[in-house]
Design a protein around this ligand. Structure first.
Ligand code: C2O
Ligand code: CU
Ligand code: CU
Length: 480
């Protein structure tokens, strides 16, 4: 489990200045983070970034125990949590990172040791409905369920989390979430110099926000109590820790960023950036590599989205990863034992098709409303809302009524054709499965379905603000 005791308490280099930089609570910036909220917890000692263990799940069955656990997130207080555990790794929070490979099969056997039902969904994976772990695929307490994942998609960063209808927000905030890394030998061959040394120059960065009660427990009330904005925690954690520090080698570093927050957007004034305003490169979106790296200084990311970025750091340089004006992670290039000179930023990455308009596509429109509906309907487990024909490409228009949402589709990846008729930002010109929906402006996507989901195990589309999803902003569709 994550234990503060196991980590170095005294980072000799610049600890004092880091703590000063890290005091995010009372900043005078105009960011919306922290508005109407308590001052976040500030750690008195800084933890080394927790890197979840990497488990090779290729062509084997991996048991994952879903358990009540305990983590040391705050100084001096324990936090009761849920976590995913393997036979050899007991975690206090989150789950191991699961390594999968294109054209190989990973079987995940989830064993539910909670006293409530759960499900286990692999977000971003193109697998059939009966292996997708949606709300229909219940795992009752004391029971288990195996999802057989035949990996048939590009290299990329995905994640797994529970999906029980009405309870997803509560189970994710308590700690259930883990990363999935798909690798592809062909991609490794063609881009041998991308950073791929897990935990050394290639880091999982799971960003989530949580509010803690005085006794150290995670605060979570009814979904409704959070209103239209959903759950907004006082603290922004990286890999389950408040303001940790990561030691890196100098040179090119890769971050696989997941916004695993229940409802918080890191967007506009709250976007992800570095404290020195240094440019960085987006190399991948939800579904895999972009065609070329995209240089930016701030990245918007909504709930459920993933982006992979690369940043260059010089020996002994230090700066912070920021969410708006809050420091969430400090980087220090002090790992001189690892020769990172092989890591380079390629100029060309992957072959991403252009989202050209096709003719005669089936077209569907989805309207997300703050009444917690999609197309005026709330999620009903007994109703199939849409029926799609397998191996076809459809055009979906998704829009809101005023507020922000994200829209996620199971079992596929899509390309964004346009945003309200206008161009798509370069970092969104890759495979996606989750997209930010800003108010009434429609997002047009081209989506291809090539896996089966029948009536007994339909796919979902939904807002990935988990309180919205749990309150009914979700629908079911079949692909046959
Ligand atoms: Cu991230 Cu329907 O899920
Ligand atoms: Cu999903
Ligand atoms: Cu929403």
């Amino acid at each position: 489990m994550i234990s503060r005791r196991n980590f170095v308490k005294n980072i000799s280099l610049g600890t004092v200045s880091l703590i000063v930089l890290g005091c995010g609570g009372k900043s005078k910036g105009k960011t919306s983070i922290g508005a109407n909220q308590a001052i976040p917890n500030t750690p008195t000692t800084r933890d080394k970034l927790f890197v979840p263990p990497l488990i090779d799940t290729r062509n084997t069955t991996t048991d994952l125990w879903v358990r009540v656990s305990e983590a040391s997130i705050l100084d001096a207080k324990k936090t009761s949590t849920y976590s995913y555990n393997t036979a050899t790794d007991t975690l206090g929070l989150l789950g191991p990172t699961l390594l999968m490979e294109r054209n190989m099969t990973s079987s995940l056997n989830f064993i539910n040791e909670l006293d409530v039902e759960t499900t286990a969904h692999q977000h971003g994976l193109h697998v059939s409905g009966n292996n997708d772990g949606g709300p229909q695929s219940k795992i009752l307490p004391g029971k288990s369920r195996t999802n057989i994942l035949e990996i048939d998609q590009p290299a990329g960063t995905h994640w797994y989390h529970p999906h029980p209808h009405g309870k997803t927000g509560e189970q994710v905030i308590k700690g259930l979430a883990g990363l999935i890394i798909i690798q592809d030998p062909k991609e490794i061959n063609s881009l041998p110099n991308l950073p791929r040394n897990y935990g050394i120059n290639d880091f999982p960065i799971i960003i989530q926000d949580k509010t803690f009660n005085d006794d150290g427990s995670i605060q979570y009330n009814t979904q409704k109590s959070y209103g239209k904005r959903g759950y907004l925690g006082d603290n922004i954690l990286v890999n389950g820790q408040i303001q940790p520090i990561v030691s890196t080698p100098s040179g090119w570093i890769r971050f696989r960023i997941l916004n695993g927050s229940n409802a918080r957007f890191y967007e506009r004034g709250d976007s992800i950036s570095f404290s020195n305003q240094q440019p960085f490169y987006v190399i991948a979106s939800d579904g895999g590599l972009l065609s070329t790296p995209v240089s930016i200084t701030s990245l918007p990311i909504g709930p459920g989205e993933r982006y992979e970025i690369m940043v260059n750091i010089n020996q002994n340089q230090q700066f912070d990863l920021m969410a708006g004006d809050r420091s969430i992670l400090s980087l220090i290039a002090d790992l001189s034992t690892y020769d990172n000179s092989q890591s380079i930023l390629p100029t060309v990455l992957a072959n991403v098709p252009q989202a050209l308009n096709q003719k005669n596509n089936v077209t569907r429109t989805f309207e997300l409303s703050e009444k917690m509906t999609i197309n005026s309907k709330k999620m009903d487990m007994a109703v199939i809302d849409e029926a799609v024909t397998i191996d076809t490409t459809e055009v979906w228009y998704i829009h809101g009524k005023g507020a922000r949402h994200t829209f996620h589709v199971h079992g596929c990846s899509f390309l964004i054709v346009d945003r309200n008729g206008a161009n798509v930002p370069d970092w969104e010109k890759g495979w996606k499965d989750t997209v930010i929906i800003s108010g009434k402006r429609p997002v047009k996507v081209l989506v291809k379905f090539n896996k089966i989901a029948d009536r007994n195990s339909p796919y979902m589309y939904h807002c990935h603000m988990l309180e919205h999803e749990d309150m009914g902003m979700m629908g079911q569709f079949i692909v046959t």
